[in-house]
Design a protein around this ligand. Structure first.
Ligand code: 13P
Length: 280
């Protein structure tokens, strides 16, 4: 059974580690992530972007697939199925109605007042159904699903206002991280991160978790981050392995072998991230 992120993130916040949010893009990825997390006995958040939702067929396809894997693979760890960067109330509502246990409403492109209005509408709908809500303040840089944004850092007062006026369950303050690969060293504002963490009782989320050096990930966790999102590094390790396989075996055509050639590399990346996020 799917769970929302409340319990897993409050445990993480209290005990100073981070729960991984891994984006899923297809059946195989979902299976690999669940298998590794089960083996390592840690809770996981499966993030589904709007683009991935559409790619996989829609919210019912995704909930059917994830619930089926939990059942068939006898997954007993807590699994949260979460919309990543939901752009509208409508996307979040459809996902909740289809059985998602959590959503992110990302109305951060709007002015704060409008962000608050849209977020509150989602919170009201979600909380009545036991679903958790993450929201964003500021702009995370880079590109995800062909949506690009330049960095605009969140301010403490905006985060407090968004929390107080909406009752969200987790907050993603943009503090210098980017989606996709970094150009140079990431410049994260740990000071503001810590201040937001001290001011709010809810967990903090770090987007753009790929490509951040290990010591900065640890510093982010020390500064209050309880959930870290990773997509690009999984995409990269998976695709690199598949590319190598196809170059080495030009006659390969069975899709199970082609896609499956990315399994080991991707699983290794998942393991490394989990180990890093658990270190204190
Ligand atoms: P990366 O592109 O750094 O993996 O970030 C993913 C993410 O933040 C999804 O919300």
């Amino acid at each position: 059974m799917l769970v929302n992120f409340k319990e897993m993130l409050s445990q993480a916040k209290e005990n100073h580690y981070a729960v991984p949010h891994f984006n899923i893009n297809n059946l195989e990825w979902t299976k690999y992530i669940l298998e590794v997390c089960q083996e390592m006995n840690i809770p996981v958040i499966l993030g589904v972007s709007e683009g991935a939702l559409k790619y996989m067929g829609g919210p019912h396809t995704v909930t059917g697939m994830v619930n089926g894997l939990i059942e068939d693979k006898q997954i007993t760890i807590p699994v949260c199925l979460h919309i990543d960067h939901g752009q509208s109330f409508d996307t979040c509502k459809k996902a909740i109605d289809a059985g998602f246990s959590s959503v992110m409403i990302d109305a951060s492109k709007h002015e704060l007042e409008e962000n608050i209005r849209i977020t509150k509408e989602v919170v009201d709908y979600a909380h009545e159904r036991g679903v958790t809500v993450e929201a964003e303040v500021g702009h995370i840089g880079g590109t995800e699903d062909n949506v690009s944004s330049s960095i605009y850092n969140a301010r403490l007062e905006e985060c407090v206002e968004l929390y107080e006026k909406t009752g969200i369950d987790a907050i993603a303050p943009a503090l210098g991280s980017v989606h996709g690969f970094y150009k140079g060293e990431p410049n994260l504002d740990f000071d503001t991160m810590k201040k937001i963490n001290d001011a709010l009782p809810i967990p903090l989320v770090l987007h753009g978790g790929s490509g951040i050096p290990d010591d900065k990930i640890q510093k982010a966790i020390e500064s209050g981050i309880s959930k870290i999102n990773v997509n690009t590094e999984l995409q990269y390790s998976f695709s690199t392995a598949v590319r190598k396989f196809l170059q080495e075996d030009e006659k390969a055509y069975d899709p199970r072998k082609v896609i499956g050639s990315g399994e080991q590399a991707m699983k290794e990346t998942i393991k490394k991230k989990i180990e890093l996020f658990q270190t204190k």
